[in-house]
Ligand binder design. Structure first.
Ligand code: C2O
Ligand code: CU
Length: 489
């Protein structure tokens, strides 16, 4: 454990948190077939691909015979997978049928701030909001979820989340499993606490980053298995939990990491495990032999020598998803791909960085401040490449997310990032007291009045104020005052 862990225990004790009061994750039976979120239907109107999403209340049978009250998009839990192509214009008709305000944010998407779905674009009950934008970024596994001011944790925990997949020339031509729901499978990993009546409990159960549940779900399925019919299967892993960090891999084989948050890596990387903090994604390709069974596992979190106490979700290990290979498997190619035709345009160059900013995260603040809807924290010039130096200055980890951009991690404490952190990212797990230098470019959209967010994606932290706002301005523009208003209405 060592001094860092001890310091963390002391820090937690100092804020009244009791490490160790969290229930360990149950060992599941893996007898339920993995639910695959349906692909959202769309219609093309005047060249725009239009999706419909409705946030609604419902009940979900996570366990046979037990109806749990949940929220979902177009259903009772989670939402359909949206899918679009680079270069396409999309629109989403989002209707809020909940009894309270919410919003829908496109996590990882490059788009105008007014379309971003953050706390400045909340939608009143009964209202419809129709954001539209052009997809202008590499193929990637993005996602969507609510982002209402102060209650994001609750809205996501109740079930509002879905995947948003982007395709491009490089991803379509890639030698990668591509049959959605068959050998190209979204896996939304979440954890829940159920009370004695089988209802979702969201409360501080003594864990510092927020609720850590003893039941793990994959796409809303408890103890899920997936039948594999091909020699390789691609898992699009999303940590859709509000608090827990997972260390995912297999106990009996390596996997090939092919993409991070913002899209394909330069080349596949062979890995035993990949750590995913809330909000992060990883695409991995797993090889199977006919007739065998293996399980996606969450290992004890490896923090490079720092053992995070149980109350942070660090010391728990459990299985997440069973893969069952059929007796005969269809051949799959070895993972490989050529760079996109846009690669040069998308590339970020450190020597062109105009500005370096520093972000120090303590337990609930960034640079000593808590979120204020009426305050712009950073003003960025359109077209600029910037370096953001981000660090948790307390002995606890955070999950740092920036809206609108995909960044590259230049270094972690001066060292080159490990291969799994070398690809495009929009969210990064911050090990305590380490400096992460992030390189990003703010292209295309200016609006001095409507801010984008940066925040911790441990959603209790976000709700309690660990968030700030930036605007992107054009030449001669000055940051305005963000309206405290709401969208739809
Ligand atoms: Cu996934 Cu600001 O959020
Ligand atoms: Cu945090």
């Amino acid at each position: 454990a060592g001094p860092a862990a001890l310091a963390l225990v002391l820090a937690l004790a100092g804020c009244g948190m009791v490490p160790g009061s969290v229930t360990p994750v149950d060992e599941a039976e893996f007898t339920n077939e993995l639910a695959i979120p349906p692909l959202a239907p769309s219609r093309v109107v005047d060249g725009t691909r239009v999706f419909e999403l409705t946030a609604q209340e419902g009940t979900t049978e996570f366990r046979p015979g037990v109806q749990t009250e949940t929220w979902g998009f177009n259903g009772s839990y989670l939402g359909p997978t949206l899918r679009a192509e680079r270069g396409e214009r999309v629109a989403v008709e989002f209707t809020n049928e909940l009894g309270e305000r919410t919003s829908v944010h496109w996590h990882g998407m490059h788009l105008p701030a007014a379309m971003d779905g953050g706390p400045h674009q909340e939608v009143e009950p009964g209202a419809t909001w129709r954001p539209t934008w052009e997809i202008d970024q590499p193929a990637a596994s993005l996602w969507y979820h609510p982002h209402p001011h102060g209650v994001t944790e609750e809205h996501v925990y109740r079930g509002l989340a879905g995947m948003f997949l982007l395709d491009d020339d490089a991803s379509r031509a890639a030698a990668l499993p591509q049959e959605y729901g068959v050998d190209d499978v979204p896996v939304i990993v979440q954890d829940k606490v159920f009370d004695d009546d089988g209802q979702l409990e969201l409360e501080d159960n003594g864990s510092e980053p927020g609720t850590l549940g003893g039941t793990v779900l994959a796409n809303g399925t408890v103890g899920a298995y997936h039948e594999v019919t091909t020699e390789r299967v691609r898992l699009r892993l999303l940590n859709g939990s509000t608090a827990r960090t997972y260390q995912l891999g297999f106990q009996d084989r390596d996997m090939e990491l092919v993409a991070s948050d913002g899209g394909l890596l330069d080349a596949p990387v062979t890995l035993e495990q990949v750590r995913l903090a809330p909000g992060e994604r990883a695409e991995v390709v797993v090889e199977m032999e006919p007739g065998e069974t293996t399980r996606l596992h969450s290992f004890e979190a490896d923090l490079g020598g720092v053992v995070v106490p149980f109350a942070m979700g660090g010391n728990d290990a459990f299985d997440v998803l069973e893969l069952r290979a059929a007796d005969e498997l269809t051949p799959s190619p070895e993972p490989a791909w050529e760079p996109s035709v846009h690669a040069a345009q998308d590339a970020l160059h450190e020597d062109s960085a105009a500005v370096t900013r520093t972000f120090d995260l303590d337990d609930r603040q960034i640079n000593g401040r808590r979120m204020d809807m009426g305050r712009i924290d950073e003003v960025v010039s359109e077209g600029d490449t910037e370096i953001w130096e981000v660090r948790s200055i307390v002995p606890m980890p955070h999950s740092f997310h920036v809206h609108d951009v995909q960044f590259r991690i230049l270094s972690v404490d001066g060292d080159a990032p490990p291969p799994e952190l070398a690809g495009p990212k929009d969210t990064v797990y911050l090990e305590p007291n380490r400096t992460y230098r992030l390189l990003m470019r703010f292209d295309d959209y200016t609006d001095p009045d409507v801010p984008y967010m940066f925040h911790c994606h441990m959603l209790l932290h976000e709700d309690e104020g660990m968030m700030g706002q930036f605007v992107v301005v054009g030449p001669g523009q000055e940051a305005g005052t963000p309206p405290d208003g709401h969208g739809g209405g």
